[in-house]
Design a protein around this ligand. Structure first.
Ligand code: SAM
Length: 176
């Protein structure tokens, strides 16, 4: 079982990617990752949005910024993290699922508009979620779901300020 899972977003552009990069971070958090690393343009507003969600909804999800993605990837490799790069050109997720389930510490790279060749070279696994173009958010969600085999749907988030009580007919938000 994984001990630490980080998600690194390549090449963020503050204006054009603000929504999708926020969604990458929130998806990572909701589906069991421990940390989000933004690379590309710095974006304090995005980081604040994610931190606010952590404060309100709980858990220990971390957010960090790196001004040098390559250095960050190499540092994590040195710490024995395995690198998974999500790309439609990669090996099919269903074909390497067994191998990736053995990983203890993992850094998942999701791309942006242009993905440098170096990202493919520095990765232990280039993984596709179908070989069709779609989105970093959907690719990440399916990778995490395949990895945790659905258990992530029941993960608990401690120490938040609020909790949603699932309901068929209304919005129920409980203050803690
Ligand atoms: N044009 C970019 C490139 O050079 O590869 C890809 C842009 S795509 C909108 C953004 C990111 O979504 C990719 O870098 C990848 O991480 C993810 N992605 C999109 N489709 C994918 C797929 N079928 N499998 C895995 N990841 C995918």
């Amino acid at each position: 079982m994984i001990e630490m899972l980080k998600v690194l977003r390549l090449g963020h552009r503050r204006e054009r990617d603000k929504r999708i990069s926020t969604h990458v971070a929130l998806t990572a958090r909701a589906l069991g990752a421990d940390e989000f690393i933004l690379t590309g343009e710095k974006d304090d507003k995005l980081m604040k949005t994610v931190k606010d969600v952590v404060k309100r909804f709980g858990g220990s999800f971390k957010t960090n910024y790196s001004d040098n993605w390559e250095k960050t990837v190499k540092e994590n490799r040195k710490k024995s993290y395995k690198i998974i790069h999500l790309t439609m050109y990669g090996e099919k997720i269903q074909d390497i699922k067994r191998e990736i389930k053995e990983i203890k510490n993992c850094l998942v790279i999701v791309g942006g508009e242009k993905v440098p060749k170096k990202a493919y070279e520095l990765s232990d696994y280039n993984v596709s979620v179908t070989n069709q173009p779609h989105s970093e958010v959907s690719a990440l969600a399916i990778l995490l779901d395949r990895y945790y085999e659905g258990k992530e749907l029941g993960f608990k988030f401690e120490d938040g300020e609020i909790e949603i009580k699932p309901s068929r007919s209304e919005k129920i938000v409980e203050k803690k």
